[in-house]
Design a protein around this ligand. Structure first.
Ligand code: UT7
Length: 325
């Protein structure tokens, strides 16, 4: 038996040059490096320059992923871009990326699932590739959350940062066994009853403004670990993988305490956890591919490794993906 799998050919990322430290934030709002590090694990975050848009970050990450994969942009026939901070209300930022890469065939669209965006985008691209609708996809998470933060709200402005990450996926025939390379399973969930706990207080249809991010942090925290671990158990049940058999856990980087608690609950060994929240802050849909690129570039993630992604965010939305590198 053979199966079509979405195999990762390469990954890449991009961070804006400007680094904003906790100490700089403490000079602006009533907070401290100690509070931010203790409660979140964040030490710094990157902030896009004036005139630097989500599409620019995404194009840089996409180019890095294409170079890492060793494939030409012209071979891409699908771009799925996860973002909650598009350049404009429309057209999709994905078409700006497509144009920036000089591609004018295939399809490009944005996907909005806030911090879960990358997992949702990966699952969507995987489904398109497995049906044969497309052959080679760029899946990108790119955000400029600095543009939607209320810089006077210490409860949120210390948490988020800007950045982008991307992977190149290719539809390949694999033996159809658990040792296949590529995406092995994805699990997506949403529950709109929680839509008021993490949201932006503006939008084209409601206020005709962009708005600012608002969050009941403690409420989000309360649900996070349970939701994350639920969808990871789904991924384990679907594949027979276990906390012991996975090689790397690349979670959404919102808060080190959430990541530690989730890994602990699932009995995932701490040395398998890829952590970048200290350096990047919460970059929403970009956080998983940013962390992945770090672990691939420093040689941790190697061909054949079993890699687990999870994310949870506004909506609420949450999801997991398990793949073999
Ligand atoms: O990526 C999407 C998903 N998002 C998340 O996963 C975020 C989930 N939530 C969290 O990570 C945490 O809830 C936060 C990091 C946002 C907050 O941590 P917490 O331990 O839940 O703190 P808290 O909200 O319960 O606040 C504790 C105290 C409060 O003061 P009082 O009421 O105890 O006097 C806050 O006013 O800390 C205060 N506080 C701050 N103090 C210094 C809130 N923000 C700050 C700050 N600096 N930046």
């Amino acid at each position: 038996m053979t199966a079509i799998r979405s195999v990762v050919l390469g990954c890449g990322s991009y961070l804006p040059q400007r680094v904003l430290t906790n100490a700089e934030l403490a000079a602006k709002v009533d907070t401290s490096d100690e509070w931010i590090v203790q409660r979140t694990g964040i030490r710094q975050r990157h902030i896009a320059a004036e005139g630097e848009f989500t599409s620019h970050l995404a194009i840089n990450a996409a180019r890095a992923a294409l170079a890492h994969a060793g494939v030409d942009a012209q071979s891409i026939d699908l771009i799925v871009l996860a973002t909650s901070t598009p350049d404009q209300t429309f057209p999709a930022t994905a078409v700006a990326v497509q144009n920036g890469l000089g591609i004018n065939h295939g399809a490009a669209f944005d996907l909005q699932a806030v911090c879960s965006g990358f997992v949702f985008a990966l699952a969507s691209a995987d489904n398109f590739l497995r049906t044969g609708a497309f052959k080679r996809a760029l899946v990108i998470g790119a955000e400029t959350f600095s543009r939607i933060l209320d810089w006077n709200d210490r409860g949120t402005c210390v948490l988020f940062g800007d950045g982008a990450g991307a992977v190149v996926l290719e539809a390949q025939a694999q033996p159809g066994t658990p040792s296949d390379r590529g995406v092995l399973t994805t699990h997506l969930r949403s529950d709109g009853r929680h839509k008021g706990k993490l949201y932006v207080d503006g939008g084209p249809s409601s206020t005709q403004t962009v708005g600012h991010l608002r969050m009941e942090g403690r409420e989000v925290f309360k649900h996070a670990v349970g939701m994350i671990t639920d969808v990871i158990v789904d991924a384990f049940n679907a594949t027979g993988a276990t906390a012991d058999s996975i090689d790397w856990f690349v979670p959404h980087q919102a808060n080190k305490r959430i990541i530690d608690a989730s890994a602990h609950k699932l009995h995932i060994a701490p040395q398998k956890v890829v952590l970048t929240v200290d350096l990047h802050g919460n970059t929403s849909a970009a956080s998983i591919p940013l962390a992945l690129a770090v672990a691939v570039n420093d040689g941790r993630v190697k061909k054949g490794d079993l890699v687990l992604f999870e994310a949870m965010g506004g909506g609420f939305t949450w999801g997991s993906a398990l793949l073999r590198w």
